[in-house]
Design a protein around this ligand. Structure first.
Ligand SMILES: [Zn+2]
Length: 270
């Protein structure tokens, strides 16, 4: 069956995430303005969910897979984490983009329009999320990579990872559409570009799944790589963004709530 292939599953899950981003962007038709406080809390929830998904859905199965290395089991995981973070740092430097609530442009010097830069930032954000989904399904296709009795990277983990990433990407679709609306785009344009910003989720999922299916020995590194990329985005973008307008405490509490939500999902659905 074609649906048994991890690349097909990853592409499907990446597309669902894209739909979720698009649904968030579609909320722009409901109202022109949402309170800044609410947006900061939603960003906080998204950041917390991303952190928990990276830890529980990627790092912990990676560690489970390297257990056979004994005291050196940390090594592939730490290497993967560092590589994933370095990859995102590289993208962050090369791709010109603008974070929704901050004014300084990052990346190479470019006279791009602000709205394009905002979309670029969100598109960049969804690359690690796509990667994480892809690697999740790639890992689920390799039950042999686990020690007997291990259950860290099965299909349930991949589905849960998808569900967490879908949930947290909904407000992110709205955030980019709202920022574009504030820049003077029409509701329809804001929606369109909000949808476009999510295309990188399925695009990232495919190479993620393929990389994870190449060699099962590299799986822990691939999982940790995706975790490093996700955590980079949370620390560099989501949390600073949520804290930029003086709602730091509320956003932090919301982030803890996001972590609790993923833990809860983990306990109920696995
Ligand atoms: Zn996100």
């Amino acid at each position: 069956m074609i649906f048994d292939h991890p690349a097909v599953q990853a592409l499907g899950a990446g597309t669902l995430t894209w739909l979720s981003i698009s649904a968030g962007a579609a909320l722009i038709f409901a109202r022109k303005n949402f309170s800044r406080f609410l947006m900061d809390c939603l960003l906080g929830v998204a950041g917390g969910m991303m952190l928990a998904a990276a830890s529980l859905g990627l790092l912990s199965p990676a560690l489970e897979m390297t257990m056979y290395l004994g005291r050196l089991s940390f090594l592939p995981v730490v290497c993967g984490l560092a590589l994933g973070a370095a990859f995102l740092l590289g993208l962050d430097k090369v791709l010109p983009h603008l974070h929704a609530m901050q004014d300084s442009v990052e990346g190479v010097d470019a006279r791009w329009r602000r709205s394009v830069l905002l979309v670029a930032a969100m598109a960049l954000h969804h690359i690690p999320e796509g990667l994480a989904i892809g690697v999740g399904y790639g890992a689920a296709a390799h039950p042999d990579a686990l020690l007997p009795g291990g259950s860290g990277a099965d299909m349930a983990t991949a589905v849960l990872l998808t569900a967490s990433i879908m949930l947290q990407s909904l407000p992110e679709g709205l955030v980019v559409a709202l920022a574009l609306r504030a820049e003077g785009c029409s509701a329809r344009q804001s929606f369109f570009w909000g949808v476009a910003s999510g295309a990188t989720a399925p695009l990232g999922a495919l190479p993620g799944a393929l990389a994870a299916t190449l060699a099962s020995g590299l799986l822990p590194i691939a999982l940790a790589f995706a975790a490093g990329a996700m955590i980079y985005v949370v620390l560099e973008e989501v949390i600073p963004e949520a804290n930029a307008s003086g709602n730091g405490n509320a956003a932090t509490i919301a982030a803890i709530g996001g972590i609790c939500l993923v833990v809860l999902m983990e306990c109920i659905f696995k």
